[in-house]
Design a protein around this ligand. Structure first.
Ligand code: ATP
Length: 595
């Protein structure tokens, strides 16, 4: 298939912000793509060669791409750099520079998707000495044969800035439209995706083996399952009511979520964002290998850093020190050892447990985990009254936890892969005059700093996730809570995500000085959620001409374990707004009663 055909569709997609139109263009593309190429086309469209959990990245730096471009166009690197400086987008720069060459008709063989993908793959696999040369050679030859539009795509793709604004959910919609169109088909496709986190694979199975195969889609060890998520409530009574009067209470540990895949003693650890983090936690992998009594298993739990001298649990920020680390892993593991608290089991020796009710899953978990000092099963209790629930809450908090997780044990208490629902409810430390919970927000832009902050950013523009529209809506400017050191580093941290215009999936009326690809998630604490005409989060839902904004927002931490789609949703912000109003009203009523 010609690359040109793909680019035509990308151009149409770039020209719209309407999800429904994007879906139609994608569905048409899926229909006309040969079966054996669909997996590749889907991955290319998502700006990747393989799903993120494989860790395969093309690894082309901007400098290298500019060099290849200069060679192909027969111009100096300096000239490419200057053009790029003016345009601010390497794709557009490539298009412009190669247009001049195109007029001279110097490009030759038409590019096929197969060839381009193969080239990208070779670049990704090139490592060690000589890798740079290999990458330059391949990229130059692709630019040589690309027309200007294709060059724009190639340049953006290799530096990881494809920016089509398409997320996984839109591709699932398009697959459903292309393969039947019914709601039922969409549900089966989504379940398959939730079980393997690999849309390309789902698309291939659909194309080659049909929907019946998707209906029977099976879990595979090594493919992370998309995590089940919790709703939140702020009173014990509401929680018990939602859970039909009985709650399976577990400590809510303040660490990082880890999904463990075990096969014949080989252990892989996946983060909440489904990245393979095994090499960052070799101690945890070893401890789990020693504790699991099964040939194959997938279990989930929370990794919590502990003080090596006292065994006391340390907060999330401490375990976060160990995330993303490539060097000194063993040393840091000694300083900050991690205890793994298992809380769920999803698969054991060929049996899928995701549709099994919670109590049965817990029973299975206790059978396959031999507890040690480093691998434990989460502490649990059953609560039938709000007094009990509050008691367990205080117990959990005094034992160093964030609060409790209250889980349903009804017959329908399955593991809802990839969904947030009321089968799990989180209940965190009580309301203390501030918003009870923090929000995880996505940085979508920044404002330049003044005075002491000149040369860096003065504030970031933050957004909540709009699940319905699959986009990010602004909610506040965030300038507090950063250390001086953090502040200095901000432009560097965000550099890989800089883009010259507002991103297609961003919805805001604010004019930032710098725009970002929505990627980095920050945990933010605030005093209150207020109505504001400036921000688009929940616009028009509570009041006609107003959205929701945060009052006195401040940074708590970088949530490197979360992807932007796992940020706090607009629906959650609205719920938090209502429950905050309820707490304030109740407090006011109490004061009136007491006086
Ligand atoms: P938060 O930011 O409040 O930790 P979250 O958005 O990361 O929440 P939620 O699904 O809303 O994720 O809350 C559940 C999270 O709590 C899980 O992702 C997991 O990391 C953590 N957790 C700690 N203890 C437990 C437990 N016993 N059962 C389930 N999740 C737990």
């Amino acid at each position: 298939m010609r690359l040109e055909e793909l680019i035509e569709v990308y151009d149409k997609i770039e020209g719209t912000t309407k999800r429904i139109e994007m879906t139609c263009y994608l569905a048409d593309l899926i229909k006309k793509t040969p079966k054996n190429l669909l997996e590749k086309v889907i991955n290319l469209t998502l700006g990747q060669l393989y799903p993120p959990f494989t860790g395969v990245e093309i690894g082309v730096a901007e400098k290298l791409a500019m060099k290849a471009l200069a060679i192909s166009a027969g111009v100096s690197e300096k000239m490419v750099e200057e053009e790029y400086g003016k345009i601010g987008d390497l794709g557009e720069t490539a298009k412009k520079i190669l247009s001049r060459k195109a007029q001279l008709s110097l490009f030759s063989e038409p590019l096929t998707i197969e060839r381009v993908y193969e080239g990208f793959e070779k670049m990704a696999r090139a490592t060690g000495q000589g890798a740079q040369d290999i990458k330059i050679r391949i990229l130059t030859s692709l630019f040589n044969d690309a027309n200007p539009q294709e060059a724009k795509f190639i340049a953006r793709f290799v530096i990881g800035k494809l920016r089509l604004g398409i997320a996984d959910m839109t591709i699932l919609d398009a697959l459903a439209v292309a393969f039947g169109g019914s709601k039922e088909v969409r549900e089966y496709i989504e379940r398959a995706y939730n079980l393997c986190s690999d849309i390309g694979k789902v698309a291939r199975v659909l194309a080659e083996e049909g929907i019946d195969r998707i209906k029977k889609f099976r879990i595979s060890i090594g493919n992370p399952i998309r995590p089940m998520l919790a709703e939140r409530l702020t009173s014990a009574e509401e929680i018990l009511e939602k859970l039909n009067g009985v709650a399976f209470i577990e400590y809510k540990y303040d660490g990082i979520r880890i999904q463990v895949h075990v096969r014949n003693g080989d252990v892989k650890l996946f983060s909440r964002r489904l990245e393979n983090i095994t090499s960052q936690f070799p101690d945890v992998a070893k401890n789990i290998r020693d504790a699991i009594i099964a040939r194959e298993a997938i279990i989930e739990g929370e990794g919590v850093a502990v003080n090596p001298d006292t065994g006391e649990m340390l907060p999330f920020q401490m375990v976060a020190h160990r995330r993303g680390r490539k060097y000194d892993v063993e040393e840091v593991a000694k300083e900050l050892p991690v205890v793994f608290f298992a809380f769920d089991v999803l698969y054991v020796d060929g049996v899928d447990y995701t549709l099994t009710p919670l109590l049965k899953r817990r029973e299975t978990l206790t059978k396959i985990v031999r507890e040690t000092d480093w691998v434990r099963i989460s502490t649990h209790r059953i609560a039938r009254t709000s007094d009990d629930l509050e008691k367990y809450m205080s117990e959990a908090v005094s034992n160093g936890c964030e609060g409790i997780m209250c889980k349903s044990i009804q017959n329908d208490s399955i593991y809802q892969a990839g969904a947030r629902g009321f089968l799990w409810i989180k209940y965190k430390r009580s309301y203390k005059g501030e918003l009870a919970d923090t929000l995880d927000l996505v940085a979508i832009g920044a404002f330049y700093g003044k005075g002491k902050r000149a040369g860096s950013y003065g504030a970031l523009l933050m957004a909540a996730y709009d699940e319905e529209e699959d986009r990010f809506c602004s909610i506040c400017k965030l300038g507090s809570g950063f250390t001086d050191e953090d502040l200095q580093k901000l432009p560097e941290i965000f550099k890989p995500y800089n883009i010259p215009h507002k991103h297609a999936r961003v919805n805001t009326n604010m004019e930032a000085d710098v725009w970002f690809i929505p990627k980095i998630v920050l945990e933010v604490k605030a005093d209150e959620i207020t109505l504001s005409p400036l921000h688009t989060c929940g616009y028009g839902i509570i009041k006609k001409d107003a959205g929701l904004a945060l009052r006195f927002p401040r940074l708590v931490s970088f949530r490197i374990d979360k992807s932007p789609e796992q940020a706090t949703t607009i629906k959650e912000v609205i719920e938090m707004y209502y429950s905050q109003k309820k707490v304030v009203t109740e407090a006011k009523e109490r004061i009136v009663e007491e006086t």
